[in-house]
Ligand binder design. Structure first.
Ligand code: AMP
Ligand code: MG
Length: 428
């Protein structure tokens, strides 16, 4: 039986980063930058004031102090966005606002609170001259041109993840869009005679197709675009029809039809229309897994991941194999979810040497230690306990159990903003 890592390696060898496209800034968050962001000009473009205050020549105020202010005539006022019309002449000051360009000749800005402006305002408001109470040093409160970014500088390099900060940098360079690796479009086909779509009137013996939606949700969570194609019935013709549309996309995910049952047509159709590998992976849940490449009419080979039908197995398989594939297509490293060590409240048993992924809630106890407890029924059909899980507690391959009270590695699926602090959760 293949290990999870070997299966993942084989699968990922079928994927590479997709092509890049021009993406509007706000749609690019989380994508991989596919160009260098290079500055065409200095930022800030001109030396400007870091404070509201008075621009002066530091030499003129060298003798100033709180009780011996230096009096200077005020020649004008410069607001943010203004362009100073003339240089500052010796022995004078200009009132200036934060972000406004500093006039030539000024080498310091004295903040309002180090002047007598407030006293003047309460005594009639004459600020045709100003008392400077500080012996400002050259450069004080002045942001030089190019302090942040110099013209010609590569600010963000090809391959970086586009974060809010990168979006901000791109906007500051005047860009409205960036070149980014596009999102993969992933077609999802469910198989099974027993399935009906949510929203349809319930019929005896049928169940709603949940896999398409849980997988689509994971696709979108991890940066792909989910395209739910529909339900194929347990016949070769029906599945072939669905796959015609599915292969127009970057990847195909099918659910069910990969175990050894009578109606498991996925493997038949795939071996007929592409290359298919059917594996048993040393994991629980999600042992049966199909993977291969489908032949598209345009000659492309479209990677195909066939996850098991049981709803938890489908999600576990997608987390372990679908997610890293999306990451590779997005130009990212195929990292696994982060792990922590947590003390188990409930044991995890391993009956047959397969690595177990147990659905757990994770929290911090009063001493600040991570703990993990089962979210309930661990059957591979019990989706409820999956919905409550923040992580998977792992019982390693060939380890018979991880007993309650001992530590386990936990893969974290959802790291909440409250950092797993226990006071928001009722663990009684
Ligand atoms: P199979 O792999 O076809 O043997 O299906 C295994 C189990 O998963 C059966 O109980 C199916 O009814 C269930 N199942 C298969 N496909 C879906 C689906 N799309 N949504 C929910 N349950 C499913
Ligand atoms: Mg079936």
């Amino acid at each position: 039986m293949l290990s999870v890592e070997d299966a993942r390696d084989r699968i990922l060898s079928y994927f590479e980063p997709l092509d890049s496209v021009d993406v509007p800034l706000l749609d690019a968050v989380g994508l991989t930058l596919a160009e260098d962001l290079t500055a065409g000009f200095d930022i800030p473009p001109l030396a400007n004031s870091a404070m509201d205050g008075y621009a002066v020549k530091s030499a003129d105020v060298a003798s100033a102090s709180k009780f011996n202010p230096v009096l200077l005539p005020v020649l004008g006022y410069i607001a943010a966005g203004d362009v100073p019309q003339m240089p500052l002449s010796e022995g004078s000051a200009v009132r200036i606002m934060t972000g406004a360009p500093v006039p030539e000749g000024a080498d310091a800005v004295v903040p309002f609170e180090d002047t007598d402006e407030e006293d003047r305002r309460s005594n009639g408001g004459d600020i045709s001259e100003i008392g400077i109470r500080l012996d400002a040093e050259s450069g004080d409160n002045i942001r030089p041109a190019g302090e942040d970014v110099r013209a010609g500088q590569t600010v963000i390099e090809y391959g970086a993840e586009i974060t809010a900060g990168v979006v901000g940098v791109a906007a500051s360079l005047g860009k409205t869009s960036v070149q980014a690796i596009r999102r993969p479009v992933i077609a999802i086909v469910s198989t099974g005679d027993e399935l009906m779509e949510p929203g349809e009137r319930r019929e005896p013996g049928k169940i709603y197709n949940s896999n398409a939606y849980s997988i689509a949700a994971l696709v979108e969570k991890y940066g792909g675009i989910a395209r739910i194609i529909g339900i194929a019935r347990d016949s070769i013709e029906s599945l072939e029809t669905m796959l015609e549309e599915a292969v127009e996309n970057d990847m195909v995910v099918t659910s069910a039809g990969v175990s050894k049952g009578d109606y498991d047509v996925v493997k038949d159709v795939l071996s007929k229309n592409g290359e298919i590998a059917l594996w048993s992976v040393r994991m629980r849940p999600a042992k049966p897994l199909a993977f291969g490449a489908l032949n598209a009419p345009d000659g492309r080979k479209v990677p195909h991941l066939g996850v098991p039908g049981n709803p938890v197995s489908a999600m576990v398989a997608f987390e372990q194999f679908g997610r890293p594939a999306i990451r590779v297509m997005l130009g990212k490293a195929p990292l696994q979810k982060p792990t922590i060590t947590a003390t188990l409240d409930d044991p995890v048993y391993n009956h047959d040497g397969r690595r177990v992924y147990a659905r757990v809630d994770v929290y911090k106890d009063d001493a600040g230690n991570y703990r993990a407890r089962s979210t309930g029924n661990q059957s591979s059909g019990a989706l409820h306990s999956m919905a409550l899980a923040r992580g998977f507690a792992i019982c390693p391959d060939d380890v018979a159990s991880v007993p309650a009270g001992t530590d386990a590695v936990v893969e974290i699926l959802e790291w909440p903003d409250d950092d797993l602090l226990s006071d928001r959760i009722d663990h009684s």
